[in-house]
Write a protein that binds this ligand. Structure first.
Ligand SMILES: Nc1ncnc2c1ncn2[C@@H]1O[C@H](COP(=O)(O)OP(=O)(O)OP(=O)(O)O)[C@@H](O)[C@H]1O
Length: 266
């Protein structure tokens, strides 16, 4: 596995998360082996790989939803491998939004704060502020079925931010959205990250998305890391034929279809 430094100027960022020698076996099937990487404080790291290569399994292990067969997860220098999910200070945004259908947008964002004594006072005000941050103030009384896919995903993001996570995990959050919504949400995610200072780990199988958004990209093959480096370095020096074909060839195709879409729109 080739691993490089984060882009110039960010090289001194402190380590936020470290994953050591991760292995996951389901029954007799080994789906992750020897996975090791670090994520720096405030970094946007994408995990890019084809379907079934183990991306979601990594995310579940990081968040505590799944125990690794072997290996450790270290956050801020502390071993959190056995720590309960709710105590990890991480939030997850899924591809299917997973909103409460019987609650308004505002209630969805406010809900989990009710169970955190530190956040309960002022929860309503904070929820309103977060809906404003994602551009949905005028929809606070709307239930999810009245919102578009992009708007529902924005509510899901606001809901995740409500608990003040210092690491946000995104599991293919744009895959159910159309191109226009994807492009809009990309910019908004970067703005939210800047505002909150959160570290982001972002799963995608979309090469173009990973290259447009990330400080570094971790390219996964079948249960292993093929390359972890900045977009620029991956473009300049792909670590293997696999990276060349899965990342660069597909990136070229995606860029072509995106530019056709832009021509069509303009
Ligand atoms: N609970 C499970 N039991 C058995 N095998 C599983 C289980 N969960 C996942 N797998 C297998 O582990 C492998 C990795 O799955 P994972 O969901 O991590 O892949 P992925 O890269 O996120 O794929 P996708 O992009 O399609 O979501 C796959 O072969 C999958 O079939």
């Amino acid at each position: 596995m080739a691993s490089g430094n984060i882009k110039a100027g960010c090289g001194q960022m402190k380590e936020k998360l470290r994953v050591e020698n991760l292995k996951k076996v389901y029954g007799t099937k080994e789906v992750l082996r020897g996975v090791e990487f670090d994520v720096r404080d405030g970094e946007f790291l994408s995990i890019l790989g084809p379907s079934g290569c183990g991306k979601t399994t990594i995310l579940k292990i990081l968040s505590g939803l799944l125990k690794p067969t072997e290996g450790r997860v270290i956050k801020d220098g502390e071993d959190i491998t056995e720590l309960a999910s709710s105590k990890r200070g991480m939030g997850i945004v899924f591809q299917n939004y997973a909103l409460f259908q019987n609650m308004t947008a505002l209630k969805n964002v406010e809900y989990a704060m009710q169970f955190r004594p530190g956040l309960k006072p002022g929860a309503r005000k904070r929820a309103r502020g977060l809906l404003e941050m994602v551009g949905l103030s005028e929809y606070e009384n709307a239930k999810p079925h009245r919102l578009s896919g992009g708007q529902q995903q924005r509510v899901a993001i606001a809901r995740t931010l409500a608990l003040n996570p210092d690491i946000i995990l995104f599991d293919e959050p744009m895959s159910a959205l159309d191109v226009a919504n994807r492009l809009a949400l990309r910019g908004e995610l970067k703005a939210i990250q800047k505002k909150t200072g959160a570290t982001i780990i972002y799963i995608t199988h979309d090469q173009e998305e990973a290259f447009a958004m990330s400080d570094r990209i971790m390219v996964m093959g079948n249960g292993e890391i093929e390359q972890l480096d900045t977009p620029e370095n991956i473009l300049k020096s792909p670590a293997s034929d696999y990276v060349k074909s899965f990342v660069l060839d597909n990136l070229r195709l995606k860029m072509e279809s995106l530019s056709k879409y832009m021509e069509y729109c303009l």
